[in-house]
Design a protein around this ligand. Sequence first.
Ligand code: ADP
Ligand code: MG
Ligand code: MG
Length: 344
Amino acid sequence: MAPNQEYALLCLENPLLDIQGQGDDAMLEKYGLKANDAILAEEKHMGIYEDLLQNRDAKLIAGGAAQNTARGAQYILPPKSVIFIGCVGQDKYAQLLHERNDAAGLRAEYLTSTTHPTGRCGVVITGHHRSMVTDLAAANEYKISHLQSPEIWKLVEQARVYFVGGYHLTVSVPAILALAEEAAKENKIFIMSLSAPFIPQFFKEQLMQTSKYWDYIIGNETEARSWAEGQGHETRDVKEIARLVAELPKENGKRKRVVVFTQGTEETVVAVQGEKGVKEFGIKAIGKEEICDTTGAGDAFAGGFVAGIVEGKPLEECVDMGHWLARLSIKELGAQFPFPKQTY
Ligand code: ADP
Ligand code: MG
Ligand code: MG
C-alpha cells in the first residue's frame, strides 16, 4: 500500500469539550475530588461545569484524550491523514469542536445524538495538578451501527492504523472489537491506550477482552501499576509490568506487541514481545518556567508516537516524536500545539 495514502489513521473515542479553570483546595473538597485524577461525573459533580464557567474564568478547549491524540498526529502528518470518530450532541459545543478540528485539519465523522448534549470534561487546575471530571453525555451514545454504516466502514477499510482511546471501553466494547478484529484479519496496526487508572481497575474485563489485539499499548506509570494491581500481580515495577503486558496472548502473530509506558519527567519504558529486558528513552526536558499546563501531555505523546507509526519510522524515532510533541503541548493550555507549525 502506498505509504502516503489519504486518511491512513482512524481514531475512535469520546469527543469532549474541556472546561478548564483554576481551582483551589476548597473547590476540590466541595466536589470530593483528588488533586490529580480523572473520573466519570456522578450526580454530585454536575454543578462543577457552571461553577468553573461562572466563578473560575474557565476556558473552553477541545478535549477528549484520543481526539487530542488525533489532532496531535494530524499536526505532524500530511493534510488529510487522520479521521476521528465518536458521538456528540446537537449544540454549540459540538459546533465548537468542529471549528477546532477544522482549524487543526482533523476530519471528524461524528454520530450526532438528538437526545444528549455534547460531553464535557471539567478540569480543575491547582498548582501543577489537574483533576478531571467527565460527563460523557452524548459521547456515551456511540453505537457500532455508526461504525459499520457503509460510509464509515469504507473509511475503516481505507485506514492502515487504528487508534482507540481506553476511555471508550466504558462506551462501546463492540465497536472497539470490530476495529480490533478488522486489524488482525487484515494485518493492520491496532493501537490502544490505557487512558486512566480507573480503566484497568474498574473496566478490566472490558479492557482484557481487547488485549489480544494490541499491537501497541500506551499508558503512563500510574495506569501501568493499576493494571498490575487489577490483574493480581505483585510487582509495581513499571519495567516488569511492561514485560508482563508484552507477553500476553496475541491474536495477530505477524506483529510483535509493543508496550509503551511514559512516566512524566522520567524515562519512557518500552517492552517488545519476545525480547528480554526493556528499553528506556529519556524525555525532552523543559524548563519549569516554560511549563504552561501538563494536561494532555500523554495524549500528545501518543499523537507523536502514532504519527511515527503511520510514517513507518523505527520504534526509537516514534518514541522521540512522542516526546517532541508532548513537549510542545506542555507549553500550551490543554493538548494544543503551536502555530505556525513546528516540524519534527
Ligand atoms: P500523562 O499525561 O498521561 O500522565 P505523562 O505524564 O507520562 O503522561 O507524560 C507523557 C510525556 O509528556 C512524557 O513522556 C514526557 O515526554 C512529557 N512530559 C510530561 N510531563 C513533563 C514535564 N514536566 N516536563 C517535560 N516533559 C514532560
Ligand atoms: Mg503524568
Ligand atoms: Mg494520559
